[in-house]
Design a binder for this molecule. Structure first.
Ligand code: MRU
Length: 324
């Protein structure tokens, strides 16, 4: 598979995640407007991939000239929750004084770095899973998409599955479909199928029951922002999974690069949670799924308190529990 996001011939090239799983298509984004639109539509998504999008977006702006810092702010604000987006923009702005080519060089280096760090983080997390779960082979539960498609390559939480599958230690993965945009059934299931890992898609609402029936050895989740106290913002539904996992004494492991840690967020309460359009819940391909103008609450993420998480694992290993 190509990198989820790359730089080629003066443009950003992405695997278009809106087209999957029906079509594997790459799209070329030549302007900041096109990049911001792709980020908002989730054609490129997932915290680590957004970090790369932020940096490469600044490169687009630098080559275009004009108000590069204003354009950079527009990119950073395209989605508010994954801290990696602003982190990528800020890093790239640091090279602006050296010219557009230097910004691209940094962006390219960040692409390599992303894969290296996520491979390391998920490798450490695989060891945590093996230490925490006695059963072999393992039955894992995945929420949203934290795989190759959410990063430049490889992935974070799903990267754990790749490491364990290489060692023939995965029996199967239960894939939460991840309403309302179905990153689980559209993207995670697609990645698992390609890799030959056995999986079953389930409605999000089946997860607690699957745990109660003894079908889950460990829950794996990515993160969009990790607060200084260890609270984790991730795809909506993650908090409920963590509550159910704690009730059933099932390990709940979060995997992310250090770039997802936001020391300026003291606790999860400081994390801005994106609310998305009502239409994501009230319409399907133009057909109504709710009464006309139904009021909607559609947060894209939630916050899981640190106390419900077995381990937060990054490229540096298990993050130490924050002092109380
Ligand atoms: O709205 P999305 O699809 O960008 O949400 C993505 C997630 O919540 C992922 O779990 C998170 O970014 C970690 S990806 C390695």
């Amino acid at each position: 598979m190509h990198r989820t996001i790359d730089w080629a011939d003066g443009a950003v090239v992405i695997i278009d995640q809106v087209a999957l799983p029906g079509e594997y298509r790459r799209s070329t984004l030549r302007t900041v407007d096109e990049l911001v639109d792709a980020i908002r539509r989730l054609a490129v998504r997932g915290a680590p991939a957004l970090g790369a999008a932020g940096a490469l977006g600044v490169a687009l702006a630098a080559f275009a000239g004009g108000d590069v810092r204003g354009e950079a702010e527009r990119i950073a604000a395209a989605r508010p929750t994954a801290v990696n987006l602003r982190w990528g923009v800020t890093r790239a702005l640091g090279k602006l004084g050296d010219g557009p080519a230097a910004v691209v060089a940094l962006g390219r280096a960040m692409l390599d770095e992303d894969e290296r760090k996520n491979r390391a983080a998920s490798g450490h997390a695989a060891e945590v899973v093996l230490r925490s779960c006695p059963r072999r082979p393992l039955r894992l539960l995945s929420h949203c998409n934290a795989g190759h498609l959410a990063a430049v390559a490889w992935g974070t939480a799903l990267g754990v599955v790749w490491h364990l599958h290489e060692r023939d230690l995965v029996e199967s993965v239960l894939v939460d479909e991840t309403r309302p945009l179905l990153q689980g059934s559209r993207l995670t299931a697609w990645e698992l199928a390609r890799a030959g890992v056995p999986y079953r898609v389930q409605p999000d609402s089946a997860a607690a029951f699957a745990m109660a029936r003894g079908l889950v050895d460990c829950v794996l989740a990515g993160a969009d922002r990790i607060a200084a106290n260890g609270d984790v913002a991730n795809k909506i539904g993650t908090y409920g999974l963590a509550l159910a996992a704690a009730h059933h004494r099932i390990p709940f492991v979060v995997v992310a690069p250090e770039s997802t840690v936001d020391d300026f967020a003291t606790t999860g309460a400081d994390i801005v949670i994106e609310e998305r359009s009502a239409a994501e819940l009230t319409e399907l391909h133009g057909h109504p799924l709710a009464p006309a103008n139904a009021p909607v609450f559609n947060p894209a993420f939630d916050v899981t308190p640190a106390g419900l998480i077995t381990a937060v694992v990054t490229e540096n290993g298990v993050r130490p529990a924050p002092s109380p």
